[in-house]
Design a binder for this molecule. Structure first.
Ligand SMILES: [Zn+2]
Length: 500
């Protein structure tokens, strides 16, 4: 008797997420799982999709996001789903979802007027995700900055014994709740006040659990190499894999240093350490203006700030709550209008629009391609979900840009390699069981896209555009995107670290 599925995808070019080249296959979905992969000519289904000429891949895993609260307050998560993303790792750059009060205070800038009932710890956060049923799966890192803020406030000193114990307890709570690891953001307040030892001791609380240490390093400018060494040393001391977040060389005088940074990663790998990196596919970054101010990035002579030296015309306001007229304007232009030097202009913007975010044009295209070609690199959008204003276009377009621009048009690597970086490789590194590869029995997170058409469409002028060529997206078997449009089906879950 012919098999019957809930969903049958016929005639697709299957990229299974392992890095193997595509092969022709049909896929049958039953409930939340992929029930069959192969030639399913005789099968029937409640929904049959003809995918001839299309590619099918595991849903993309965005390993670097700041969607902790977006998952709760914008639960359709259309800005991710319509780009093919089915799983977001939240809690990056030291900004974690717990403890609640500090996490909420830190996220206020991205989501003004954020109103949420409190939850207790990372466990409570993941339970809240489950109740909310967002459009994408959510996995969380514990955030060192959030935890430090809860215990030490904004004090620029090392923790005392009892304070360190209190911080460790929060890390353990997160680990026990299924967090994928611990993140740091060492250019931000208060993470920047932590010494190497403090971080290593906290990370060591997760030793042996399969969790990893993810870091927005202390300095992505002149101090890049020392920062890579610090990250690797923390991983070695804590005996955890290291994930270097959004690897880059920031500031013109540092361009090219990614080559040496990657050499340090390779040397650590040769010594037996697990060290990987992630990257967003743009020469511009984005962050809170406050961090640019604190790192004195407008001082052309500075050599010690974590962002490097940036020119005021390379820094553009992305979102400024209450001052939409500033959005899209550079600090140079605004400073001229205010008749203030750039640093003081930036301080005024931060004072009048607290939490303002900026886009920084600070990397070289050569460096972006060097990092992307490297086999240690995964893809993470690092998008800041300020849906109003002019967020960095990476929020919507990251994965389509890697597939269409860097893999197909620039030929950096074959499509199967691009897909592996955003699926199987990510799932394995972050401990996401039964996801990231399309094999029988895996969760049915998958994306159907047109490999000829897929491309990013968001620009810095018009960032709020969805990419082209993403046709269908399924999350845990639910049909979340149909012919490029969002459906009502929300299939996301809270994902906890696989312990096997
Ligand atoms: Zn970061």
């Amino acid at each position: 008797m012919a098999r019957h599925f809930d969903v049958l995808i016929r005639g697709a070019q299957l990229f299974d997420g392992t890095g193997s080249p595509a092969r022709g296959a049909d896929l049958g979905i039953e409930g939340e799982r992929l029930a069959a992969v192969g030639s399913l000519d005789a099968a029937t289904a409640a929904l049959e999709l003809d995918a001839s000429g299309q590619a099918v891949a595991p849903g993309f895993i965005d390993v670097h996001t700041h969607d902790d609260f977006a998952a709760l307050v914008v639960p359709d998560m259309g800005f991710k789903l319509r780009g093919g993303v089915t799983t977001c790792v939240v809690g990056n750059c030291g900004f974690g979802p717990a403890p609640f009060a500090e996490a909420r205070a830190m996220a206020e800038a991205f989501t003004p007027g954020l109103s949420l009932a409190p939850y207790d710890g990372t466990r409570g956060y993941l339970e809240r995700v489950e109740e909310t049923e967002p459009g994408v799966n959510i996995a969380a890192l514990a955030g060192h900055g959030t935890i430090r803020l809860a215990v030490l406030g904004r004090e620029a000193r090392a923790p005392e014994g009892r304070e360190l114990e209190a911080m460790k307890a929060w890390v353990r709570e997160a680990g026990d709740a299924g967090a994928l690891g611990l993140s740091t953001g060492l250019i931000y307040e208060p993470g920047r006040y932590a010494e190497t030892d403090e971080i290593a001791e906290l990370a060591a609380e997760l030793r042996g659990s399969g969790a990893l240490y993810a870091t927005h390093m202390r300095d992505e400018g002149a101090g890049l190499l020392d920062s890579v060494r610090e990250a690797i040393a923390i991983g070695e001391s804590a005996d955890l894999p290291v994930q270097i977040s959004h690897l880059k060389a920031s500031g013109r005088e540092n361009w090219g240093r990614v080559v040496e940074a990657l050499a340090l990663v390779e040397a650590a790998q040769k010594r037996g350490q697990t060290v990987f990196v992630d990257q967003y596919p743009y020469t511009a970054g984005s962050t809170v203006l406050r961090a640019v101010i604190q790192n004195e990035a407008f001082d052309p002579a500075q050599t010690s700030g974590g962002i490097g030296a940036v020119r005021p015309d390379d820094v553009v306001v992305a979102s400024a709550v209450g001052h939409p007229e500033w959005e899209g304007q550079s600090i140079a232009a605004l400073a001229e209008g205010f008749r203030l030097p750039p640093q003081e202009a930036a301080e005024r913007i931060e004072r009048d629009a607290p939490g303002a975010t900026v886009v920084l044009h600070m990397m070289s295209e050569d460096d972006v391609e060097t990092v992307m070609r490297h086999p240690a690199t995964m893809i993470g959008s690092d998008g800041i979900p300020t849906l109003a204003g002019k967020p960095h276009p990476r929020l919507y377009n990251t994965f389509a840009r890697v597939l269409g621009h860097y893999a197909r048009d620039r030929g950096l690597f074959p499509l199967e390699t691009a897909i592996h970086r955003m699926t199987g490789f990510a799932a394995q590194t972050f401990g996401l069981g039964d996801r990231g590869t399309l094999a029988e029995g895996a969760f049915a997170d998958l994306v159907v896209f047109d490999p000829q058409r897929v491309i990013d469409r968001g620009t810095f002028e018009h960032p709020n555009r969805y990419p082209d060529g993403i046709e269908h997206v399924f999350v845990n078997g639910r049909h979340a995107v149909r012919h490029g449009a969002l459906t009502e089906a929300r299939g996301g879950r809270a994902l906890r670290r696989a312990t096997s």
